[in-house]
Structure formats: C-alpha cells, structure tokens
Design a protein around this ligand. Sequence first.
Ligand SMILES: CC(C)(COP(=O)(O)OP(=O)(O)OC[C@H]1O[C@@H](n2cnc3c(N)ncnc32)[C@H](O)[C@@H]1OP(=O)(O)O)[C@@H](O)C(=O)NCCC(=O)NCCS
Length: 196
Amino acid sequence: MTRVSVISIDLNILGCLSDKLIWTLLDDVARELRIRAFLIRAIQASDRSWIVSFVKSHWGSDIVVGKGRVLRPAELDGFAAFRGKNAVGLLTYRIEDLDCEIVTIDSTSEGEGIGTALIDVVRETAKAKGCRRLWLITTNDNLNALGFYQRRGFRLIALYSNALEASRKLKPQIPMKAANGIPIRDELELELELSE
Ligand SMILES: CC(C)(COP(=O)(O)OP(=O)(O)OC[C@H]1O[C@@H](n2cnc3c(N)ncnc32)[C@H](O)[C@@H]1OP(=O)(O)O)[C@@H](O)C(=O)NCCC(=O)NCCS
C-alpha cells in the first residue's frame, strides 16, 4: 500500500509533464525503490489486433512453431504488461490436460521485472486452474531465456535435436543463426512443477 502511494504522489506532482517523461522518471524511482512501474492484466478480445502486430514484430510472423505444432499466439489466452497505454510485455499460454504451456513471452523493457511478473501471474493462474506443470519450448541459441527460466525454477526435461529442420518447413521465416551467432538447431523443453 505504502509503495503504491509513493507512485501516485509522484504522478500528481509531475502531472504537467509529458507521458513519456513521467514514465521515464517513474522508471528511475521504481528501480531505486525496487517496485514495479507497469501494470499487468489478462488480455481481452479488444487486444487481439495489437497482439497480432506485437507477435509479428517479435516472432517474424503471426505464428510460432514448437514440437511440430503451429500455434497462433493472438488466438490464445495471456497477460500483457502496460506502461501507461503502451504494451511493454506479453505472455500467451494454453492449457491442455492440466498442463499449462507458455507459448510466447516477450518484454520490450528488459531487466525491470516485467518478464518475472508475467511468469508469476501465469504460474498462479495455472495453479488456480489445477494444472500440474508449467512448460515451454525454447531453442538452443536462446541463452538469455535459458538462464532466465532456470533462475525461476524451471528445469530442462527434453532436448529435441535438430527440431528446427522440421519447424522451418512450417515457418520458413525462422533464421538459421541467432543474433548472438549461435546456429538455431534444437528445441529444449523446460518445465516447472506446480505441486512444489
Ligand atoms: C526472457 C525475457 C522475457 C525476460 O524478460 P525481462 O523483462 O527482462 O525479465 P525481468 O526483468 O523480470 O528479469 C530479467 C533480469 O532483470 C533483473 N531485474 C528485474 N527487475 C529489476 C530491477 N528493477 N532492477 C535491476 N534488475 C532487475 C531480474 O532479476 C532478472 O535477472 P535474473 O534472471 O538474474 O534474476 C526477455 O529477455 C525477452 O523478452 N527476451 C526475448 C524474447 C524471448 O527470448 N522470449 C523467450 C522465448 S522462449
């Protein structure tokens, strides 16, 4: 409660400044106080059109491929993080047989807690829906994501060697090499047991 009132006092004082400047200042205050300067909510039908653009810009297409399946994130449930009116994070998920799969997770302002907050909210949602596990597929090149998930309790449970060969037949836009220079070849499955 005290933390929220610190933010609203700042908003009132800074009310005459532009949105962008206010959020920049709030980011600094939030970082200093180690509190959030963004809001998270479940996505709604009215979010679908910006989600299609968001997914296209982050995933090179409106589809994602994993374990030989084509998935359309804009048609799934999910959570979005907002700073003012701007979406700064998006997580989409699907539940099947009491397993909750994180299909996409993206943060446009890394290192501020957005990714962690999105994981927290989907974990609590999956638990509330009685899911046994939270799982996801990532690729061998994504060292940042591999570290991020494992620091949040996920464990590596499967390696699908050379899976990207089949994935590229379904989604030719998948590059051969990541920006960090690592060839994109294999899929890795990670899971977080929810009974723990
Ligand atoms: C993976 C990803 C979603 C993480 O999102 P993020 O918003 O950077 O996540 P967070 O800010 O919560 O955490 C990142 C780091 O910043 C740190 N951090 C969070 N808030 C912070 C703050 N206020 N001050 C300083 N550091 C902070 C976290 O502790 C974390 O470090 P750790 O993993 O060593 O604990 C993001 O890097 C991303 O969008 N990557 C590209 C897309 C992608 O690869 N998605 C996964 C596909 S499988």
